[in-house]
Write a protein that binds this ligand. Structure first.
Ligand SMILES: NC(=O)c1ccc[n+]([C@@H]2O[C@H](COP(=O)([O-])OP(=O)(O)OC[C@H]3O[C@@H](n4cnc5c(N)ncnc54)[C@H](O)[C@@H]3O)[C@@H](O)[C@H]2O)c1
Length: 321
């Protein structure tokens, strides 16, 4: 039986494919992208199927043709892409999730995990953000993901589908260039000995970090967990739950890479993610219920692994041919 990873050529999807292949799973990666550089090193260990989540028949075909017994539904148009083309993002993120859930129902796929986002919160991001914090997204991407969380819960109630969600904090790793994400370019510039222009934050802007390897680990771990452990269903997950400010991150980097300089030049780009005065991304339900346990739990540990990945696997992260 095969594990299907939608968005399997993407940043977290490819790492999830790698982790599943490495433990001997049969893996099918489904993605609209024609460029599969992130998973090329896996060769024939992964079957790649090009297709569009917005096309119901293509989703049905990939499930029907591959004896799929679990789905990691990670395919999505991210925040800034969704704002650039809201119509395509509705097809990919909203219809696409419906198509994948219907495919589960029609072909008897028993379980699925879904990747949601901190972007499902929005208005009033104050204090500690828990699984119980009111989700009031201000961006289309967040609204679509919130619908996916609710739709999955509905399929779970109505058809007994074993549905689980991880809601990621801010993704950290080499070559992340998502507008609004100030930390990855800052870390990368420090490692490469370049000055950083922080476009998406003031010194006080905060984030809660999860390293890409941990994001994929969370996807794998949540679907591995025994069903009775899953009570909350849709979970926050992060590597570091307390927030890190841009000036705090810069200070850590300056200690490790003396002479590193940061200039704050706030972008006027409207795609910048909204920020409040939140203080932590609480993932205690995930830790308690299904023993979520990230590998990289301090800024220093994340920066060290970032440097290793940047230097040893540039192709994997799209930084060399
Ligand atoms: N990167 C982040 O900061 C972040 C934060 C929170 C949640 N997430 C979620 O994690 C998941 C993985 O994100 P990522 O960082 O790997 O992003 P990514 O953009 O690298 O990967 C998403 C993949 O989905 C594919 N895709 C887009 N539209 C598609 C369609 N119509 N049909 C088939 N495939 C399609 C893309 O080609 C891409 O390979 C996504 O669901 C995303 O919403 C990411």
């Amino acid at each position: 039986m095969a594990k299907l990873v939608t968005g399997g050529a993407g940043y977290v999807g490819a790492e999830t494919v790698r982790q599943l292949v490495n433990r001997g799973e049969e893996v099918v990666a489904f993605d609209i992208a024609s460029d599969t550089y992130r998973i090329d090193e896996l060769g024939k260990q992964v079957k790649f199927v090009r297709g569009d989540l917005g096309n119901f028949s293509e989703v049905l075909n990939v499930v029907k043709d591959n004896k799929v017994d679990a789905i990691y539904h990670m395919g999505s148009m991210l925040s800034w892409m969704a704002e650039l083309n809201p119509w395509a993002s509705f097809r990919a993120n909203v219809l696409g999730t419906y198509h994948v859930l219907e495919a589960c129902r029609l072909f008897g796929v028993p379980k699925i995990m879904f990747t949601s986002t901190i972007g499902t919160f929005g208005l009033g991001m104050n204090g500690v953000i828990t699984d119980d914090t009111l989700q009031r997204p201000t961006i289309l991407y967040g609204a679509g993901k919130l619908y996916g969380e609710g739709l999955g819960r509905w399929y779970s109630d109505k058809s007994g589908l074993d549905f689980r969600t991880v809601r990621y904090a801010q993704m950290i790793g080499p070559n992340v260039r998502t507008p609004g994400h100030w930390a990855p370019p800052m870390i990368e510039d420090a490692i490469l000995g370049k000055p950083n222009v922080c476009q998406y934050g003031t010194p006080e802007t905060v984030g809660s970090w999860i390293y890409v390897i941990d994001a994929a680990k969370a996807a794998v771990d949540i679907l591995d967990a025994p069903k009775e452990k899953i009570q909350t269903m849709n979970y926050n997950v992060t590597g570091i739950s307390s927030v890190i400010s841009a000036k705090g991150a810069a200070a850590i980097l300056q200690k490790k890479y003396p002479g590193f300089k940061v200039e704050y030049k706030m972008s006027t780009d409207p795609r910048r993610m909204p920020r409040g005065t939140w203080t932590a991304f609480d993932d205690s339900n995930a830790r308690k219920e299904w023993s979520w346990s990230p590998i990289y739990t301090t800024p220093e540990a994340i920066i060290e692994r970032f440097e290793k990945d940047l230097k040893e696997y540039p192709k994997r992260y799209g930084l060399s041919q």
